[in-house]
Design a protein around this ligand. Sequence first.
Ligand SMILES: [Zn+2]
Length: 469
Amino acid sequence: MGGMTAHLPGWRFLSVVMVVCFVTAPGLEARVDPTHGFDVFSQDEEVQLGKQNAVEVMKQMPVLPNSDPVVQYVQSLGARLAQRAPGYKWPYNFHVVNVKEINAFALPGGPIFVNLGTIQAADNEAQLAGVMSHEISHVVQRHGTRAASKQMGAQLPLAILGGLLGNSTLAKAAELGISFGVGSYFLKNSRQSESEADLLGTDIMYDSGYEPRQMAVFFEKLEKQAGGSANSLINQFMSDHPNPGNRADAVSKEVKTLMTRTYLADSAEFRQAKTRVAGMKPLTSAEVAAMAKQGGTPGAGAPASTDVAPSANLKVFSHNEYQVSYPENWQVFGDASSNVTIAPQSGVSQNAVAYGVMIANYQPEESGANLDTATHELLASLRQSNPDLKQIGHDEAIRINGVAGKSVDLIGSSPIKDAEGKVLEERDWVVTLARRDGTVLYFVFISPDKDFGPMRPAFEAMLRTVQLK
Ligand SMILES: [Zn+2]
């Protein structure tokens, strides 16, 4: 596969620029420098990504209005902490979710969400400031997009498949199903990320006048209370922010590098907020989920079948290497020289290709490999990036307009979910055609398994029109 990376458009390997930030502070105290890692997103893209996902979170979660006094308090505390954040000045913004579970999460580029239950559980202002400083640090360190960048690297073969949706990294991320919304894999931080966020958070707290050890005290309190039991009020936090080990020791060690100072006592605003939240009845996550269901919210967005249903009228797409006709209500993503996806607009708008066909060229590793070998090589590389893909039945020899081909049916998991949030099964019908130069032109026809029957005639109709050049 190695040789194919060159085909990948839009990947920027950001040069590592170390910005050493001496944050105010009298004397020569040490501050933790933000680390920098491989990240395919530009800063602007990161901000845009966070904004898009924040809109989704607000649709799905009971986020309190900015007019709420508790929100106003959290926003002013957040703004003070963010001023002390090192590195790039992300546009931080703070929100309170009216949910009982103790949790907080940060989206790329600045949006930070704190559950009401976290404020209810904080014994003092420094503990709340600790959670928030920790979240700010995840933003500073770009932990979300760095994890996503890794994931995108791992999905390389499929990324090559789709030269689709233009060349932007954001589109590429969407196409790969990279999202940071509610329940997203990328909100779960690694232990490495956790210890970075703890250390940076320690400095932010210290520089803002809050006793940094309270952050570790709060986290350890949560962990003790959860204590392996199924305490769902707390477990979510521990699962999103796992203990990197010796949290308290690490924080104490960092504090020792700083000068002794007096820390702030709880503000009057904190005490008022505590009184207010004590009288509030936040929803549980289960209640939020039940409400979403009652409201008929279509899970993580199964595309409306009316948009997807392929028109019987076909349109011609002429690529440099082949020609194919496709339903006129679908669209071509890509151009005459790139890999191409042909799909209904709503079949790709939900973070990935759920309905449609990807068309690309495959160069067998062994030159002179026959179609059979080349097809199996291709399937192996597809499976490498999608380990749950399984072949169903045997591969079949076919002929399309005089060209020898192979047809293979695979089943895997769809990027879309049903109303209960269950991942749907996906059918991937792979067709390979032998080209004269020894390479293979291949098609992956994609549909959720439940819709594959009705979609298949349209896929076959497309295939019948394929002409190699
Ligand atoms: Zn964390």
